[in-house]
Design a protein around this ligand. Structure first.
Ligand SMILES: Nc1ncnc2c1ncn2[C@@H]1O[C@H](COP(=O)(O)OP(=O)(O)OP(=O)(O)O)[C@@H](O)[C@H]1O
Ligand SMILES: [Mg+2]
Length: 323
């Protein structure tokens, strides 16, 4: 398996004041996901469901509470794994591009310094070939070498996001996590960035995890979709299947909430409150908002089950056939 996430739990522990008791925020719960090389996985779900936490855990920015992440069958992330050099060199193969192109680049450094520091740190360039490398990575994101002498504030949002992409790919990753990389940009620049991403995917043989709120974008660009809710995966499958034949009531609700050009078809807003983040539920996490709930959903927690043998389609719903 190329990338496998096994029963991952990532929690945040914090205090409101120094004298108050600790509060746990269960951001990812029993999270399981398998990704094949070359996949373009769209990760969707409402705000606060743990998408960024998933990305941060995958790149090692946050230590998980339990569970493990295997990359090409080698353990790279778990609460116990040591930061040995072998693990670090494998972890470099997973890079992340952040949501906000304004705050993800150091405003005091020129683009040259921003890009070269990672290359030197990982010994991927020498003083001799650094300029050649920087120009190459800039050309991959359609920018020229004059950018190197500029500060981030001198660039537009789209250019800044392309610098973020160049910084990530310069570390020669195989997996790229894109956390809402186009949500701060206008539509034409969004399309440009997506085209750059597609070109890079082909050229560098990348596997991409694309976190977004934009379901219509996911429909067009990804081959797999992972639907998250309250820190859990509720449904995973091929994009075509998920959009034409969703098998979880939450996925269906998400799809019904997408606005369309048809004036007679108003977006259906999902009623009810999202799950509490400081509680671990021993029943279905979608229970309080589910339109097809039954007694058993309150008594037992459903598991992510494979729905048929023909394709990789999983749903966490007892009554998936009624959706
Ligand atoms: N540093 C932190 N300390 C405490 N709780 C946090 C921290 N970061 C995130 N959380 C909590 O973890 C949960 C998941 O947050 P996360 O940012 O991963 O959601 P998200 O799906 O990326 O949301 P959005 O779509 O708004 O970006 C939320 O309940 C959030 O409040
Ligand atoms: Mg986020």
């Amino acid at each position: 398996m190329f990338l496998k996430i096994n029963q991952l739990h990532t929690y945040y522990k914090f205090k409101k004041t120094i004298f108050s008791p600790s509060i746990w925020n269960y951001a990812l719960k029993d999270f399981n996901l398998e990704i094949q090389r070359g996949d373009f996985v769209g990760v969707v779900g409402e705000s606060g469901c743990g998408k960024t936490t998933l990305g941060n855990t995958l790149v090692g920015l946050i230590q998980p509470y339990s569970g493990e992440i295997l990359y090409q069958n080698q353990l790279i992330i778990s609460p116990k794994v040591n930061l040995l050099n072998s693990v670090l060199s494998l972890r470099r193969k997973i890079q992340m591009i952040f949501q906000d192109p304004y705050s993800s680049l150091n405003p005091r450094h020129k683009i040259k310094k921003i890009l070269q520091s990672g290359l030197f740190l990982h010994k991927l360039a020498t003083r001799k070939n650094i300029m050649e490398k920087l120009e190459y990575y800039l050309s991959l994101v359609h920018l020229n070498k004059h950018m190197l002498d500029r500060y981030p504030f001198e660039l537009s949002g789209g250019q800044r996001q392309r610098i973020g992409i160049a910084r990530a790919i310069s570390l020669e990753p195989e997996v790229l996590i894109c956390d809402e990389i186009t949500s701060a940009l206008d539509v034409s620049v969004q399309a440009y960035i997506i085209n750059v991403l597609f070109e890079l995917k082909q050229k560098l043989n990348l596997t991409i995890l694309f976190i977004t709120h934009d379901l219509s974008l996911v429909r067009h660009i990804s081959n797999k979709v992972c639907v998250m809710y309250g820190g859990e995966v509720l449904e995973i499958g091929n994009t075509k299947t998920i959009f034409s034949n969703p098998k979880h009531p939450y996925t269906k609700a998400l799809l019904n909430a997408v606005p369309t050009l048809n004036r007679n078809k108003k977006p259906a807003i999902l009623e009810g409150e999202p799950p509490k983040t400081d509680t671990i539920y021993d029943h279905c996490i979608f229970y309080n908002r589910c339109p097809i709930k039954k007694e058993v959903c309150k008594e037992t927690k459903p598991r992510l089950e494979k729905l048929n043998s023909r394709e990789e389609h999983f749903s966490k719903c007892f009554f998936y056939s009624d959706v």
